[in-house]
Design a protein around this ligand. Structure first.
Ligand SMILES: [Zn+2]
Length: 174
């Protein structure tokens, strides 16, 4: 995305005070908006918040969907699980497969919570090293990204709760 302040040519026409000569100088300076790169990724913390919210909520849905598919497959491969009356220990590797069969609502509850934790911890852990250079080199943007991440994260939690509460209606659409 091209910087809107310098329109991508990296320089802006500005007036500034020169302390060496003690005079006001008018001329071209390196753009402070994009710091001379000519590129601005997104403009404000609001746009970052929306981008983060969109990214996090879609990765939440994706993790949930993959988990759903994997559990349904494992149930298909292990039909004996359907005959089990009770699985006492939740750390039993088949517990969630069994729960998926006997108590879908409770399975959705667990999977929502685990997908949310995975989204909020794993996704930023992958994204952070990829963007750390830009975060450090552009402190103005870095602040906006941080605020955006915080808002996006906070918004993803009610999204996951709404997902859980409306799961039965949603699953009829799929
Ligand atoms: Zn610029």
């Amino acid at each position: 995305m091209t910087c809107p302040k310098c329109e991508g040519n990296r320089q802006v026409w500005e007036k500034w005070y020169d302390f060496d000569t003690e005079t006001w100088i008018t001329g071209y300076r390196t753009c402070t908006n994009c710091r001379g790169s000519g590129i601005v990724y997104l403009y404000s913390s609001v746009s970052y918040a929306l981008a983060f919210f969109f990214g996090l909520s879609s990765s939440f849905s994706l993790i949930f969907a993959v988990d759903y598919g994997a559990t349904a497959l494992r149930l298909d491969w292990n039909p004996w699980v359907k005959d089990v009356k009770e699985v006492r220990y939740w750390f039993n590797p088949m517990y969630f497969v069994w729960l998926f069969h006997v108590n879908r609502k409770k399975w959705v509850e667990w999977t929502t919570a685990l997908s949310l934790i995975a989204t909020l911890i794993v996704v930023p852990m992958i994204a952070l090293p990829l963007t750390s250079y830009q975060l450090i080199s552009t402190p103005m943007l870095g602040q906006n990204i941080f605020a955006g991440w915080l808002i996006g994260t906070v918004l993803t939690i009610p999204f996951a709760i709404a997902w859980y509460q409306n799961y039965e209606d949603l699953s009829k659409l799929l």
